[in-house]
Write a protein that binds this ligand. Structure first.
Ligand code: NAD
Ligand code: MG
Length: 332
């Protein structure tokens, strides 16, 4: 009966002119109703963004989003906030580009002050992000430095806490991915750099941050579909993503009684500098994302809302979870 009423109401609205239909669901005067916002057109996710073939391109590690062709979409012109993180204070590693940048833009538009970490070579990308955060009237704090050093990770957290005036969201998103066809080509220095960046840094950052995190705070790690279905040329990287998935679940159990939630995001192939700065072979890059059911790579903007959701207070029962976004592939 209820559904029938809805259907007939929809049929009635559908039969009216579009402007009349909008008027029919317009809010009462003085009553704010986000549900009555301008209707958005349906968008086909398959054709929403570029698909392969892509141009071959390579940059020295860590790469810049601004030098990629096509330029990735981090939600610069599209993400709309609705106060979901009002008053929050977030630290995001790798916040200059890729998923970290998409999260930084979204967090600021949701009302959070945001500190980002990145490597000094990424200053140009970081400057764009800081400007976008400040444009929202939020604090945007830039703290460059190398996460492979424990002392720097401690300094990073201390600086973020000092400049933000506290901390309640920590996003461990920075990552190193350098593909090698054979384990025989993987040097101890390579292996160590991947472990330090992807496993040690989150450990050091979480240890430093924990004394500052009150109940209601959230920790988020970026893992990967590689945690579950590792590629042959990502021997070192893939195991760090399995470790990330695992620490999320362990720490979630440890910190749940303290009211601190820990969750992960598992992206599929996403169009970011990581891939063009040694993460993929040129052959893979030209066909990047083409093997997913959607036939294209994801854009960082398409994951922003997941980082928001996992940080937001209304997701209060979600901890130890890994949310995927992989165009139909992946298995979080
Ligand atoms: P990205 O290159 O935009 O971001 C990675 C960031 O890591 C860099 O911007 C850099 O600032 C940071 N970083 C690397 N080494 C560092 C170091 N020693 N010190 C400080 N910062 C360092 O690429 P992205 O794809 O957005 O990567 C973000 C996360 O997403 C990574 O953890 C990555 O493993 C993960 N991920 C990416 C994909 C993908 O297809 N792009 C898929 C699954 C998971
Ligand atoms: Mg970068």
């Amino acid at each position: 009966m209820h559904e029938e009423q809805n259907l007939s109401r929809r049929a009635v609205l559908g039969g009216l002119g579009a402007s009349l239909a909008v008027a029919a669901v317009a809010p009462l005067e003085g009553v704010a109703s986000p549900a009555a916002a301008t209707p958005a057109a349906l968008v086909n996710p398959v054709t929403k963004y570029p698909k392969p073939p892509f141009k071959g391109q390579s940059q020295p590690f860590p790469g810049l989003a601004s030098q990629m062709d096509p330029r990735p979409d981090h939600g610069e012109t599209s993400y709309k906030g609705s106060g979901r993180l009002a008053g929050r204070k977030a630290l995001i590693t790798g916040g200059d580009s890729g998923m970290g940048r998409a999260a930084a833009i979204a967090y600021a538009r949701e009302g959070a002050d945001v500190a980002i970490n990145y490597l000094p070579a990424e200053e140009a990308d970081a400057k764009e992000v800081i400007a976008l955060i400040k444009k929202e009237g939020r604090k945007g704090i830039a703290i460059p430095g190398d996460l492979r050093e424990e002392a720097f990770c401690q300094k990073l957290v201390a600086e973020a806490v000092r400049q933000l005036g506290g901390l309640d969201i920590v996003v461990n998103n920075a990552g190193r991915q350098q593909q090698r066809q054979s384990i025989l080509d993987l040097t101890t220095e390579d292996f160590d750099a991947t472990m330090k960046t992807n496993i040690y840094a989150p450990f050091w950052i979480i240890k430093a941050a924990l004394p500052h995190l009150a109940p209601g705070s959230a920790i988020i790690g970026t893992t990967s579909e590689q945690a579950y279905d590792p590629s042959p040329n990502l021997y070192d990287y893939a195991q760090t993503k399995a470790a990330t998935m695992n620490y999320v679940k362990s720490l979630a159990k440890q910190l749940a009684p303290k009211g601190i939630r820990v969750n992960g995001v598992a992206p599929g192939p996403i169009w970011t500098p990581l891939q063009v700065a040694g993460g993929s072979t040129q052959e893979n890059l030209k066909e990047f994302g083409g093997k997913t059911p959607m036939g294209r790579p994801g854009q960082p903007a398409e994951l922003a809302s997941i980082y928001v959701q996992l940080a937001a207070a209304d997701a209060s029962y979600a901890t130890g979870q890994v949310y995927g976004s992989a165009g139909g592939g992946g298995q979080p």
